[in-house]
Design a protein around this ligand. Structure first.
Ligand SMILES: [Zn+2]
Length: 319
């Protein structure tokens, strides 16, 4: 295993396994160009920002600034709604085996409430929790979707949900294992948890689109299962979706052995990121095919944005 080029940073302690050996994957925030260290734990192979910001800084960021920073808005634009509805449909199709008719769903990090709204349009009793006040208010006003504007920890858990979902949430949290541990309190005894996170092993990400301040942790299918096992979750199903860019997994509460990955996984990750340059990225035919497909999706988003006067129309037409 190659040693990290940076040996002067503060002591590293892995936020998942407590390991202290690390390899620096990146020293810059790809979105802003500011210094940001993302290191790979050589024990559990989870990549992570180090040092991690404190809890108060994160709380202020997600309740007030996150959406503005990354999407430039304080409530979703119609093209974002079209995209979110299409994703909600795809996720609900994948989750169908875990959803009995009329099941109760809780979506954590509900954003503008599109997943909750599409689930309700399909007959489920869905509600959401979203820290950003503007997005939560949009969900309530546009879809009459019950989306509470609060951090999860501030709410009294109700063990009444058959499925709890958290799409692109875990990678933003300061302590994913502790957060996963608390989620059992929201489930009925036979309930399940669905998680979606970016895939650290995705080969076709733009070089500036993997490591940035909002993503504190980076998982592979194997390290996501290992992280969940530490919090008392047993993996039921895993899917690598979106052309390899995301990992979806379903868990149930249950003892599961915590299996550290073989050293070959850390080696595979370090090799992948050592090779990642703009030159290689732009020379890849797969990247150009991906860009063409994205152009098609963007055109479709503009078309539906134009056809639908109100956010609710997008749900009605596309859900
Ligand atoms: Zn670790």
């Amino acid at each position: 295993m190659p040693r990290s080029p940076c040996e002067t940073m503060d002591a590293f302690i892995c936020g998942i396994c407590g390991g202290q050996d690390r390899y620096v994957l990146s020293e810059v925030d790809g979105k802003t160009g500011r210094p940001l260290t993302t290191a790979l734990c050589l024990r559990c192979a989870v990549a992570q920002v180090t040092p991690r910001p404190d809890a108060e800084t994160l709380h202020t960021f997600y309740t007030q600034a996150y959406r503005e920073t990354y999407k430039g808005v304080h409530r979703p634009k119609k093209k974002h709604i079209v995209r979110a509805v299409r994703l909600a449909r795809e996720r609900l199709d994948w989750l169908a085996p875990w959803l009995a008719p009329g099941a109760r769903l809780l979506d954590i990090g509900a954003g503008g409430g599109e997943f909750v709204a599409v689930a309700r349009a399909r007959g489920f009793e869905a509600e959401g929790i979203e820290p950003h006040a503007g997005y939560a208010a949009h969900a309530r006003a546009a879809y009459a979707a019950p989306v509470a504007s609060a951090p999860l920890d501030a709410l009294e858990p109700r063990p009444t949900f058959h499925l709890v979902t958290a799409f692109h949430v875990l990678e933003h949290l300061r302590d994913p294992v502790a957060a996963l541990g608390r989620l059992t309190q929201w489930l009925t005894p036979e309930g399940a948890l669905a998680i979606e996170v970016p895939n650290l092993l995705y080969r076709y990400a733009a070089p500036n689109n993997t490591f940035f301040a909002a993503h504190l942790f980076h998982f592979t299918p194997q390290t996501l299962a290992q992280t969940a096992a530490r919090a008392g979750w047993a993996t039921q199903a895993t899917q690598v979706a979106g052309d390899g860019a995301v990992i979806r997994a379903v868990f149930r509460p249950g003892a599961s052995p915590v299996e550290l990955p073989p050293a070959s996984l850390a080696a595979e990750i370090t090799a992948l990121y050592a090779r990642r340059t703009w030159g290689r990225y732009l020379a890849s035919p797969r990247v150009w095919r991906k860009s063409l497909a994205r152009l098609g999706r963007v055109a479709e988003e503009y078309f539906w944005s134009w056809r639908c006067r109100e956010a609710q129309d997008v749900i009605r037409r596309l859900a």
